[in-house]
Design a protein around this ligand. Structure first.
Ligand SMILES: Cc1cc2nc3c(=O)[nH]c(=O)nc-3n(C[C@H](O)[C@H](O)[C@H](O)COP(=O)(O)O)c2cc1C
Length: 143
């Protein structure tokens, strides 16, 4: 079955709209679990980096919700590709606070942009490897 992974970064609109992260995460997890979308959200220095993975139709739906959200702006897509398997089977939306420097570093990494039909199932991008290294350094729980 085809799976798609998307990474983007954006800026919190806080303090114009006070950011309620708990509510955002509760709402996201509830919706993602209905759609079978998994992934992780990093927040640091007022910026988000989020990775979502799932079936193309489900990703389209969730990504649409994300893009419409008034809680952030300046969304830039970093990666969109087909993936051979999920990286976060157990996280409907993991969350980690990240130092500004990590967000900065990730934003400058090399990511993969593919046309949706590309057959390439090759290894993770340097950006994705860096993201996984950061998560490994701050958490021990099962993804
Ligand atoms: C950084 C960020 C990440 C989000 N991630 C998800 C997500 O993974 N799944 C989802 O269904 N919605 C996601 N959303 C949308 C929020 O759930 C939604 O914006 C929130 O519940 C508030 O609704 P509103 O934007 O219509 O006010 C995200 C929004 C932001 C700002």
């Amino acid at each position: 079955m085809d799976l798609v992974g998307v990474v983007y970064m954006s800026r919190s609109t806080h303090p114009t709209v006070p950011l309620d992260l708990d509510r955002l995460l509760m709402d996201s997890r509830s919706f993602n679990s209905q759609r079978g979308v998994t992934g992780v959200l990093l927040f640091g220095g007022n910026q988000f980096i989020q990775y979502i993975e799932g079936l193309p139709a489900d990703i389209e739906h969730v990504y649409g919700r994300i893009r419409r959200s008034a809680l952030h702006s300046d969304l830039v897509e970093l990666e969109q590709r087909r993936i051979p398997q999920r990286l976060f089977r157990h996280w409907f939306m993991g969350f980690r606070d990240a130092p500004r420097s990590v967000i900065q570093q990730l934003s400058q990494e090399q990511w993969t942009r593919e046309t949706p039909r590309a057959e390439d199932h090759s290894a993770a991008s340097p950006g994705m490897r860096q993201l996984m290294r950061f998560l490994d350094s701050v958490s021990t729980d099962e993804r």
